[in-house]
Design a protein around this ligand. Structure first.
Ligand code: UTP
Length: 284
């Protein structure tokens, strides 16, 4: 199942990473040598993504530059005989790149709603790059398999400890192995009100009907237009599934998650792995 259109909402302020995020988009922070957004694009491509829609804030143009061809750099690398690096920097998006500027940070739902004119009547992928997921089978491919079966929206779910649940969109529903047929969504509930311990992480496959809900401009938790509220609205007309995905997720929007991702990816890299243990032992 190939889902060609991909929306990457990356217009957030990234306040948890100030002051660094003042001038560097947090999606450009590297885990080892690759920016978070590059991991997200690779994952989307593996699920058939060809046409990418980046929703950026006015000061995040570097993200678009990163995915464009850079003939001067390529020329210099060839001159220096570094062909292997030419392969690393060449553009990877095979179809189109569309840039939309979200002038005001009115919420994730609002950012996604701006993609409406470019989606038409197809399902589309949404990825939040600060959720980095390590998995042999890319999570977007796992979601695409569920979409193929049910032909409706699908979100990635993770079990979250009670004390953290107030930071997430949380679902309720009927479980069938790792699939959940969702019957309710709540954005950032207090732990007493949380309908389950299953939280939405930043991977979605959405159907175009979501835009009818987003057009209602419902202001939700935190005074923002939330995608969770739009997904709740769609339940009246369509099914919606969640998948407890296979893989390890790192919340790279937080310092501790970002640090853990560095260690986990370093431990997978055959050259760095050798030194990792002694470095960690030195400090801990
Ligand atoms: P976050 O909740 O992580 O917010 O957004 P943030 O601004 O990126 O980071 P903090 O919490 O201030 O540190 C989740 C996703 O939604 C996007 C963000 O870029 C991120 O990918 N987003 C959020 C938008 O594109 N626009 C918005 O108005 C809000």
């Amino acid at each position: 199942m190939k889902i060609k259109k991909v929306v990457l909402p990356v217009a957030g302020l990234g306040t948890r990473f100030l002051p660094a995020s003042k001038v560097i988009a947090k999606e450009m922070f590297p885990v080892l040598d690759k920016p978070l957004i590059d991991y997200a694009v690779d994952e989307a491509i593996s699920a058939g993504g060809t046409d990418f829609i980046f929703v950026i804030s006015p000061d995040k143009k570097s993200i678009i530059k990163y995915f464009e061809d850079d003939p001067n750099l390529v020329h210099e690398l060839i001159k220096k005989g570094k062909q292997e690096l030419v392969d690393i920097v060449k553009p990877k998006i095979s179809g189109s790149i569309t840039t939309i500027v979200q002038q005001k940070q009115l919420g994730l739902g609002h950012a996604i709603s701006l993609a409406k004119p470019f989606i038409k009547d197809e399902p589309f992928q949404v990825l939040l790059p600060d959720d980095l997921i390590m998995s042999d089978n890319p999570v977007q491919c796992q979601l695409a398999d569920v979409y193929k079966k049910h032909k409706c929206g699908v979100v990635a779910l993770q079990q979250i400890p009670q004390d953290e649940i107030h930071k997430y969109g949380v679902v309720s529903g009927k479980k069938n192995n790792n699939e959940i047929k969702i019957d309710g969504f709540v954005e950032k509930p207090q732990k007493q009100q949380a309908p389950s311990d299953l939280a939405i992480v930043g991977r979605y496959i959405l159907t175009p009907e979501i835009f009818d809900e987003l057009d209602k401009n419902i202001v939700g938790s935190g005074g923002e237009i939330q995608i969770t509220d739009a997904m709740a609205g769609i339940l009246k007309k369509q099914d919606f599934y969640g998948l407890k995905f296979t893989g390890e997720r790192f919340d790279c929007g937080s310092k501790i998650g970002f640090l853990e991702a560095q260690i986990a990816f370093a431990n997978k890299d055959k050259d760095i792995k050798q030194k990792l243990k002694s470095i960690l032992e030195k400090y801990i």
